[in-house]
Design a protein around this ligand. Structure first.
Ligand code: COA
Length: 406
């Protein structure tokens, strides 16, 4: 990624808008219903449906990871945008379940896309992460620093769930959603965003990871392991519920004010898909019909940072968004974090080009080969270099022994 002053003319900076020009999603094939869950923990389909609205969720297979799901979603988004991977300047992945601490999931996806000019990084803001990431990319585009970004929300929550804790394992699922953001002089795209955090609520929900300390004390005021399971999700459901219902209405109203719009202008709200009762409470607090909210959590459960882009893709497929419609994204989750964003939907849609699609497919095959070749070369060099100094040392030793040197 090379940043420059593109968009700045002698007459002053030309205004650049960040539009969503491509979208895609990927979920595992494997479905886990509420009845399946009732075989694992003491729960029922009736309880889960009444308290959450969730009926089923997708669970990653053995060869699926956050990166493989994110890569699939990103490739689909590139197909819709009909752009070549080499035009991408930035790949951002919002996730709480990265394949590794590093390399970032974004770097793995960048390699899989063969986005060879792109910078790549992961962003950690739990279920609000995708909205945060879109805002980071949009600001980079609006400033003229970059032109095209791929922003992905991807999760394999099934790998961090405590499958003995019926309070959490019933809620979550796996999946990925992605968008392509591109700069354009056409007014619209990302209009405003409110990104907020309250770290004092860090203990309300979390996943202790590699840096966690296991001591009881409040010297540094940081949340510690405190009896929670390493690398497994813990949550205070009631507190999360209260927090979510409070911040959605507040932050959506703020973001709309910043965009000089009111709730009456909004055509669709795409909230983080955590719980139907949270969404209904948010509709009451904003004094709007529940139908204004996109909702697909019955099919996928809570896919954390992936839930909003997955819901966006399905909203587009269902024809719920038209050119010029103001749409609101609102996320909330661990941190505590929350984020609202107003987008005016619609940049001119490119013609889908079969030729470019074939070129993309070839590029992806080449990327796969290149990654394997690079790995193989590194392994080969390591082996050779390991043997050579060792051989040299043995040779010198033999030389000394033969000549009976001290
Ligand atoms: N099946 C059956 N019973 C369950 C259960 C389950 N899966 N989970 C909890 N219960 C029981 C509890 O043990 C409790 O029993 P008790 O009354 O005998 O003690 C009872 O149901 C009520 O539990 P409670 O935790 O008060 O339920 P709730 O109405 O608050 O619903 C959540 C629990 C988790 C569904 C709800 O708090 C929630 O959705 N919170 C927000 C979570 C969220 O959105 N997290 C992600 C944010 S990004």
């Amino acid at each position: 990624m090379v940043t420059n002053n593109r968009g700045v003319s002698p007459a002053g900076p030309a205004r650049i808008y960040a539009h969503i020009v491509g979208w895609g999603m990927a979920v595992p094939d494997q479905i886990m219903t509420n009845d399946d869950l009732a075989l694992l923990v003491d729960t029922t389909d009736e309880w889960i449906t009444q308290r959450t609205g969730i009926k089923q969720r997708r669970i990653a297979g053995e060869t699926e990871t956050t990166a493989t799901l994110g890569l699939k979603a990103a490739r689909r988004a590139l197909d819709v945008a009909d752009i070549m991977p080499e035009t991408i300047d930035m790949v951002v992945v919002a996730t709480s379940t990265p394949d590794h601490i590093f390399p970032s999931t974004a770097s793995l996806i960048q390699a899989g896309l063969a986005a060879n000019r792109a910078g790549a990084f992961d962003l950690s803001a739990a279920c609000s992460g995708w909205v945060y990431a879109v805002q980071m990319a949009a600001q980079a585009i609006q400033s003229g620093a970059i032109k095209t970004a791929v922003v992905i929300g991807a999760e394999t929550m099934s790998r961090v769930l405590d499958w003995q804790d019926r309070g959490t394992c019933i809620l979550f699922g796996d999946g990925a959603g992605a968008v392509v953001l591109q700069g354009s002089p056409n007014p619209g795209g990302v209009l405003s965003a409110v990104l907020r955090s309250d770290g004092t609520g860090g203990d309300v929900l979390g996943i202790p990871s590699v840096g966690t300390i296991d001591y009881v004390g409040d010297d540094v005021g940081l949340p510690e392991l405190n009896g929670h399971k390493f690398s497994k999700m813990h949550m205070n459901g009631g507190e999360t519920f209260k927090f979510a219902t409070r911040v959605i209405g507040e932050s959506v109203t703020q973001a709309l004010e910043m965009a000089n719009l009111t709730i009456r202008d909004v055509k669709l709200i795409i909230p983080h898909q955590a719980n139907l009762r949270i969404i209904n409470a948010a509709a009451r607090s904003l004094k709007v019909d529940e139908g204004l909210f996109m909702c697909n959590l019955d099919k996928y459960g809570n896919t954390s940072a992936a839930s909003i882009p997955i819901a966006l893709v399905e909203a587009v497929e269902q024809g719920r968004l038209k050119q010029g419609d103001p749409v609101v994204f609102v996320g909330f989750g661990g941190g505590l974090t929350w984020a609202s964003m107003v987008v005016r939907w619609g940049a001119p849609m490119p013609e889908a080009g079969a030729f470019k699609k074939q070129r993309r497919a070839l590029t992806y095959s080449w990327a796969r080969f290149r990654s394997r070749f690079a790995r193989w070369t590194r392994q080969f060099n390591q082996t050779v270099n390991r043997v050579r100094p060792e051989q040299g040392r043995i040779e010198r030793l033999r030389h000394r022994i033969d000549r009976k040197l001290p």
